[in-house]
Design a binder for this molecule. Structure first.
Ligand code: PGA
Length: 257
């Protein structure tokens, strides 16, 4: 059984004060909602205050990036050693980081290994561009991204890795992939690649999320797909009421785990 995950990716949004308001608003309504892992990926600066605010709850926190060195002369970077004091997970290789900040398959791979070495669960993002999608290259490109990200990762380490399939053309556009397509790429490309690398048992245990314009209207159909193990949600995760709905739907549809 794969416990579903509803992860909010706040991107560069919310001050500390706003983050704390959010925590206050969602804590109560989601306290009794079990069977879903509730994850908030805030800015680096909001992580420590949020860790305090969510103390004693089953919420998990994640960073939106990580550096692969533990410490040293790397001005501006944040290391896994620092992050593990305030969060449990780390988004790695989000398409915005690949697009605007020079993230490559190689740096993604290094960051995954650094996260694992410090007990942080990577949420590894893969996904094709509109051009690749229209050129019919989705399967090949996403499969390649998965294999590159996991280069040198052992079968044992796969238990601590989450993958998020996020087609770039669906991110922030209001144009989510159809539930069928999300399920097909996740099952027949991402999970299939993991199966090729590590075998069916590991592939069957790996949690793979869908991301890209998930909202309160489409979440139910997406969560009903057998290969979709939850969501990585940007815009809709910023609103407490929407996040509460998203987490409840994931728990309701999948939550017997
Ligand atoms: P979105 O973002 O839900 O706003 O489309 C998803 C993401 O980038 O993780």
């Amino acid at each position: 059984m794969r416990t579903p995950i509803m992860a909010g990716n706040w991107k560069m949004n919310k001050t500390i004060v706003e983050a704390l308001d959010f925590a206050k608003a969602v804590k109560g309504p989601l306290a009794s909602v079990k069977g879903v892992e509730k994850v908030i990926c805030s800015s680096f600066v909001a992580l420590a205050p949020l860790a305090d605010a969510f103390k004693g709850t089953d919420f998990k926190l994640g960073s939106q990036d990580i550096y692969w060195e533990e410490q040293g002369a790397f001005t501006g970077e944040v290391s896994p050693l620092m992050l593990k004091e305030v969060c449990q997970m780390a988004i790695i290789g989000h398409s915005e980081r690949r697009q605007y900040f020079g993230e490559t398959d190689e740096t993604v791979n290094k960051k995954i290994k650094a996260a694992l070495a410090h007990g942080l669960t990577p949420i590894v993002c893969v996904g094709e561009s509109l051009e690749q999608n229209q050129a019919g290259e989705t399967e090949q490109f996403v499969g390649k991204q998965v294999r590159a990200a996991l280069d040198g990762i052992t079968a044992g380490q796969m238990a601590d890795i989450v993958i998020a399939y996020e087609p770039i053309w669906a991110i922030g556009t209001g144009l989510a992939a159809t539930a069928d397509d999300a399920n097909r790429i996740i099952g027949q490309v991402v999970r299939a690649a993991i199966s090729e690398l590590y075998g069916g048992t590991v592939a069957g245990q790996t949690r793979i999320l869908y991301g890209g314009s998930v909202n309160t209207k489409n979440v139910e159909e997406l969560m009903q797909q057998p290969d979709v193990d939850g969501g990585l949600v940007g815009g809709a995760s910023l609103k407490p009421d929407d996040y509460i709905t998203l987490a409840k739907v994931a728990a309701g549809v999948k939550g017997s785990a």
